[in-house]
Design a protein around this ligand. Structure first.
Ligand code: CIR
Length: 254
């Protein structure tokens, strides 16, 4: 499937004080601005139109637009982000999505869900249970997508922060897997591209039309994805990684 549009949001100055579990140090604001610009340019080079939302100082993590929504070609689901400091991010995202969608669903409390815990592979959704996504949130999303004709599985996470921290779908049955997903029965029928422990960060990559965008500094991952038949494009993600973010987190693609 091809994407025509992406939504991105510029990093706020408050980004450097956002949530993180990593011990990689404080991000450099000027540098994350540069990295984000390069990211938006890379997406555009893959043939999508970018809707670029203004930075919002009130929400340090709002650059991670993937978490407040889950999109399909037919409908939008406004999520209910599980971190309190991030929950209000969903309003600006819903507003932006009104320019593209007529059909909306909402995940409602006591259900919580982050888009980072949701992976779509063709007509199948995988929904991770994490610190951010609870059983009720996952159940609501499963019910929505099943009603719309998709399949859905709910998977409790053991180690990863978000489901998509350790997995990416490239199409053609090709699944990039790391850590707890390498031998996970839910993914046994895919052609698995296995990412080693030391390269785990690069499992969060994104296929945008004819290109797979990967973080720079992972030659083994680049080789494996190219061997699977894809063109790759590398981006420096250092300041994003410091705040537990990856390539998928920075955009909504539809
Ligand atoms: C957070 O803790 O929510 C952000 N610092 C990182 C969110 C990353 N998003 C994602 O994996 N989808």
């Amino acid at each position: 499937s091809r994407f025509q549009n992406v939504i991105v949001k510029a990093p706020a100055r408050s980004y450097v004080d956002g949530l993180t579990t990593s011990d990689l140090g404080k991000p450099d604001y000027e540098k994350v601005v540069e990295q984000h610009k390069a990211y938006v340019e890379a997406l555009k080079s893959c043939g999508v139109e970018a809707t670029e939302l203004q930075a919002d100082e009130q929400y340090p993590d709002s650059v991670f637009v993937e978490d407040p929504a889950v999109l399909t070609p037919e409908f939008a689901v406004i999520a209910n982000p599980g971190a309190e400091s991030r929950n209000g991010e969903k309003d600006a995202i819903e507003e932006a999505l009104k320019n593209f969608y007529d059909k909306f669903y909402h995940i409602e409390a006591p259900g919580y869900l982050d888009g980072g815990d949701v992976l779509q592979a063709d007509d199948h959704f995988y929904i991770g249970l994490s610190e951010r996504t609870n059983e009720e949130g996952a159940r609501q999303l499963k019910e929505i997508v099943e009603k719309e004709g998709y399949k859905a599985d709910i998977l409790p996470l053991k180690e990863f922060f978000h489901l998509k921290t350790g997995i990416a779908y490239l199409g053609n049955n090709n699944m990039v897997v790391a850590g707890e997903f390498i031998d996970h029965p839910a993914f046994a029928d895919y052609n698995r591209i296995v990412i080693s422990k030391e390269d785990e960060y690069s499992a969060n990559c994104i296929k945008v039309n004819d290109t797979v965008i990967i973080p720079s500094g992972y030659p083994e991952t680049k080789r494996k994805i190219e061997e699977a038949g894809y063109r790759t494009l590398e981006l420096d993600m250092s300041e994003v990684q410091k705040q537990d973010g990856g390539l998928s987190c920075l955009s909504l693609r539809f």
